[in-house]
Write a new protein. Sequence first.
Length: 425
Amino acid sequence: MSKDNVEIAAFIGLDWADQKHVITLQEAGSDQRHRFTVDHTPEAIQSWIQQLRNQFGGRPVAIAVEQKRGALIYALMHVEFLHLYPVNPITVAKMREAFYPSGAKDDPTDADLLLDILISHRRHLRVWIPDDVLTRSIQLLTEGRRGLIDERTALTNQLTAALKTYFPQALDWFGELHTARACAFLLRWPSLQDLKRATASSVRKFYKNQGYRGEDKLEQLMRNIKQAQPLTEDGAVLLASKMMVQALATQIPSLTESIDRYDQQIASLFDQHDDSTLFGSFPGAGPVLAPRLLAAFGSNRARFEFAAEMQQLSGIAPVTEKSGEGIWIHWRLACSTFLRQTFHEFAGKSISQSDWARAHYDQQRARGKSHHAALRSLAYKWIRIMFRCWKTRTPYDEALYCKSLRLRRSPLADELPAAEKIALT
C-alpha cells in the first residue's frame, strides 16, 4: 500500500528551529490539539520519537514540516512509522498572511498552520521518500561543491576589485585569478613595485616552475613588466591593497583544493551509480553537470509523474498570470536556485554538442529572445527528454532523437546540418 493511502493514527504540524521545535499534535478522529516543544538535541528528539512509537503502537504518524533537509529531517526520515510531508514555505506564509493580517509571526501559529494544511489538504501533498544513500550523497556533494565554487567566485571578484585600485596590469598578466599560479605570484609580488624590484631571472624561474609554456610569450611578458608604470605610488593605498590581495590570494587556493577533492569524490560515487551511464549520455553534461542532473532527478522514479513537475520545480517553466484581459508571462521566482542553475548551465553546454540544441537556440535568438531566455527555452525541452529517458532508464541517443524530429516534421529538423539530414532520410 502506498504511503499516501495508509490510515494515519495522528497528525503533526512541526515548526523547526535551531534551539526548540514547536509541535502541534492532533489524533485521528479527534478535534483536540496538543501543543508542546522539543529541544533540538539528539537525546530529546529520540525520546520524543520513542514516545510517539509507544503512544500510537507504531502506527503511522503524519508530520508536516517546512523543509526536507537539515538536522531534524535527517533524524526523522528513516523512522519507519513517520510519514513526512514537506510543505512549501510560501504556502505557509500565504496562509499566515490570510489568517493573521497583522503579519506577526510566532512559532505556535506556524505549527498550527502546518497541521491545518496536513489535515485539510493531504491529498495535495506528497509523502517524502528519501533517495538511497548513494544518490543522496551525490545530491549533497554537488550542492556543497557549488557552494564552494560560489565562495571562490566571490573571493576572486574581491581580488579583481582590489587589483584594479593599484595593480591593474595583474589582470592581464596572470590569467585566471583563481589559479594556483596567479595566487602564488601575488603572494610573492603583490604589487608592480615589488615585481619591478625582482630580477628577471627569478621571474622567469617562477613561471617555468609553475609550468608556464612558450618562450616568446614569456619574453613579451618580461618586456611588459619592464615598461609598466604603477597606477599609484600612494603608500597608504599600496599598504592596504597589498594586505587585502595577499589575504585573498591565501584563501583561494585552499578553496580550489577543496573543490578538487569534491570533484574526485563525486566522480567516484557517480561511477558507482546505476544511472551514471544514462545521465552521462546527454551531450555537454560532462563530469560536473552529469552528477548534478542525476541529483536533480534522484533515483525514486515515482517522485515525478510528469515532466512538467520538474520543469516547475526547477523554475525553468514560465509562470503565466492573467488579470482581466491582460496576460503576463514571467520566469518562476519560487524555485530551487541550484536546480535552475543546473538545467540552465547544461542547456548552455549542450549547444556545442547537439545539432538540434544549437538549432533551437538559434531559432529562439532569431525570434528576439535574449541569451538566457533562449537557454531556458532549450532547458525546457531538455527536461522533457531527460524525464523520458529517466522514466524508461534509457540513455539518450542524439541520432535517434534527430530522426524523431524528422518523422514528426518538426521545424527544427529543417535547421539541422545537411549531413545530418541525409543521415535521417
